[in-house]
Structures are given as structure tokens and as C-alpha cells.
Design a protein around this ligand. Structure first.
Ligand SMILES: NC(=O)c1ccc[n+]([C@@H]2O[C@H](COP(=O)([O-])OP(=O)(O)OC[C@H]3O[C@@H](n4cnc5c(N)ncnc54)[C@H](O)[C@@H]3O)[C@@H](O)[C@H]2O)c1
Ligand SMILES: O=P(O)(O)OC[C@H](O)CO
Length: 299
């Protein structure tokens, strides 16, 4: 891979830094963020925005405001690495980016990928999703050999899976925090997969996406490991901790908190049956987790 490819990661949180680390095996990858960080190839935002390829690793909830404040399209090719649905508007990230970037310059990253494991060079497999297959293949070629890349055209499927699994990971954390057992967690994850497929199908997602890396792959990972911030939010909620305290102590983004509200709004608006996400949204507003479990079992 030519070291002359100009590429930058926007956002130097956990995921942005892990992606820069991974891509640095094949090319010189710059990184920028709102606060200067002592990272090799850290550049100003102005310099990053001049790159031909940009990877967005900002939390989903800040993407719209960030684009409005900082971004002017000048031919950049973009890979969106965030996983979430915007609370309030219920907008998917591809809808938000579409206001600023032509569709054929946009791609979306999905699949099982804890930043901490990528940072150790441990193997995984991810998917680059875009209506423009040439663009997907260009980004796929930038990844190092320890990350196997697949391509897909199912942008909405990948987006729904990446966002929904965070909500289901909170549910799984609650289930384990309440010590409901392995049977209960497996039941929850399986029903969660059915639920996220039902939700995704409404928006045009393809069936096979839910069975692959973006769907089952990322869901199984996130809903069964304390490495997941969303799963840990669930564990602490089950212990009776206040959401505010949990998020403060976490110090990193847990997208499922916001996405559960977005799913609640979207499924109410479009009459989609999403019982697990519904209960998570209620728990995050203060409902007692044990009552939610009872309600889910009797539903
Ligand atoms: N960490 C992972 O393992 C992982 C893996 C795959 C996808 N993701 C997704 O990537 C996204 C980012 O996650 P992360 O792990 O890097 O989170 P993080 O909390 O570690 O970092 C978020 C970064 O965004 C920056 N930020 C927050 N608000 C901002 C704003 N208004 N303007 C500019 N910068 C702002 C913060 O300073 C921070 O550096 C999320 O959507 C997450 O779901 C994370
Ligand atoms: O730590 P989480 O819960 O944000 O999950 C991180 C990644 O999305 C896993 O693929």
C-alpha cells in the first residue's frame, strides 16, 4: 500500500485511535480531535480535512453538529465508524451525512471490533458498507492483515445492526447483573436478534446482514463481554446505580443509551414491535429492571 495515500481519522477517542493504529500498518494515517493529543501523526483539523480519505470516529449524537460546524465537501471519500441512531430526530447516520456528502463518497464500518483488542493487533473481521463498491474496496485495502475485511451494499442493514446491538448489550448486562442465568441471556440475545431484524427490515435492511458479522457477529460480541461499555452500563443499572453516575464513571460513550430512545421514538412512530428496546428505554428513564424483566416475560 502506498504511503502517499492521504487519510485521516476524525476523533481521537478509543475507536479513532484504534483505527489509526490499525491503518498505520499499511499507510501513514493522520488523526485529529478537538483536544490536542500526544499521538504520532496528530494534525490540526484543517490539515486532516485536506485528506482524500476521512474516517469519522465521533459519537453518533455529535455528528450532525460537527458536520455543520466544520465540514465542507470538496471530494473527500468517507468511512463512518460510529454506531448509533440520533436521538430526537431518529435519523440514521447515512441520512445525516447525506446532507453534506454525495452518497457515492460515503461508506460505513460495521462488525465485531472492540478498540482495545484492535489496539493489541488481535484478529477480527469487519464489513465496509457502501452503495459504491469501488469505494468499499478502496477502504478495505487500507486495513492490515490481522483485520479481514468484507464489503456489502447494505448500508441501512449495517447501521441498524451496529446501533441496535448496543441497546441489546445494555439489556444483556442487566440480565447478567440481575443474575438471571445463561439460559436467560441466550434467550434475550436470540430474541434481540429477531427484534433488530424486524426493525431493520422496516427500513429496508437485507436479511443476510443480520446473520453475518454486522448483525449476529457484533451482537454476540457486545452482549457477552465486560469489554463493552454498553454491557457495563447494563450491569451497573442492575446494581441500582443511577444512570448519571454510571455515565460519569464510564467517561466514554455508550451509544445504546441514546439509541434506545431513538428506537423507542421510531418504533412508536412506525408501529414496529420492539419490546426489548422499549423496556431498555423505560429502564433508562427510571423503571425498575426487575419489573421490566417480568413485563418482557409476560408480553
Ligand atoms: N470503542 C470501540 O470499541 C468502538 C468500536 C466500534 C465502533 N465504535 C463507535 O465509535 C464511536 C466513537 O466511540 P469511541 O469508542 O471512540 O468513544 P470515546 O468516548 O472513546 O471517544 C469519543 C471521542 O469523541 C470526542 N467528542 C465528543 N464530542 C465531541 C464533539 N462535540 N466534537 C468533537 N469531538 C467530540 C471526544 O473528545 C472523544 O475523543 C461510537 O459511535 C462507538 O459506538 C466504538
Ligand atoms: O464498547 P461498546 O459497547 O461501545 O462496543 C464497541 C464495539 O461497537 C464492538 O464492536
Amino acid at each position: 500500500m502506498s504511503k502517499s495515500v492521504s487519510i485521516a481519522v476524525i476523533g481521537a477517542g478509543k475507536w479513532g485511535q484504534a483505527l489509526q493504529f490499525a491503518l498505520s500498518f499499511t499507510l501513514t494515517c493522520k488523526i485529529t480531535s478537538r483536544h490536542i493529543k500526544p499521538i504520532e501523526n496528530f494534525v490540526s483539523l484543517e490539515e486532516a480535512l485536506k485528506c482524500e480519505y476521512l474516517i469519522f470516529a465521533l459519537p453518533a449524537q455529535v455528528v450532525r453538529g460537527w458536520l455543520e460546524a466544520h465540514f465542507t465537501f470538496s471530494g473527500q471519500k468517507i468511512l463512518v465508524a460510529a454506531k448509533g441512531i440520533e436521538q430526537g430526530s431518529g435519523s440514521f447516520l447515512n441520512e445525516i451525512f447525506a446532507h453534506y456528502v454525495p452518497e457515492d463518497h460515503l461508506s460505513f464500518l460495521s462488525g465485531p471490533s472492540f478498540a482495545s483488542e484492535v489496539m493489541k493487533g488481535l484478529p477480527t473481521a469487519v464489513v465496509i458498507n457502501s452503495s459504491n463498491e469501488t469505494l468499499s474496496k478502496e477502504f478495505a485495502a487500507f486495513f492490515p492483515s490481522f483485520i479481514k475485511t468484507y464489503t456489502s451494499k447494505d448500508v441501512i442493514g449495517a447501521e441498524v445492526c451496529g446501533a441496535y446491538k448496543n441497546v441489546l448489550a445494555i439489556a444483556s448486562g442487566i440480565c447478567d447483573g440481575l443474575k438471571l442465568g445463561n439460559n436467560a441471556r441466550a434467550s434475550l440475545i436470540a430474541r434481540g436478534l429477531v427484534e433488530m431484524r424486524r426493525f431493520g427490515k422496516y427500513f429496508g435492511a437485507h436479511d443476510e446482514t443480520f446473520l453475518g458479522l454486522s448483525g449476529a457477529g457484533d451482537l454476540f460480541l457486545t452482549a457477552s463481554s465486560t469489554l463493552s461499555r454498553n454491557y457495563r452500563v447494563g450491569l451497573f443499572l442492575a446494581e441500582g446505580k443511577k444512570l448519571e453516575t454510571i455515565l460519569e464513571e464510564l467517561g466514554e460513550v455508550a451509544e445504546g443509551v441514546f439509541t434506545s430512545a431513538a428506537i423507542f421514538e421510531l418504533s412508536t412512530k412506525h408501529t414496529i414491535y420492539t419490546p426489548i428496546a422499549h423496556e431498555i428505554a423505560l429502564i433508562l428513564k427510571g423503571k425498575e429492571p426487575r419489573i421490566s424483566v417480568k413485563d418482557l416475560l409476560s408480553d
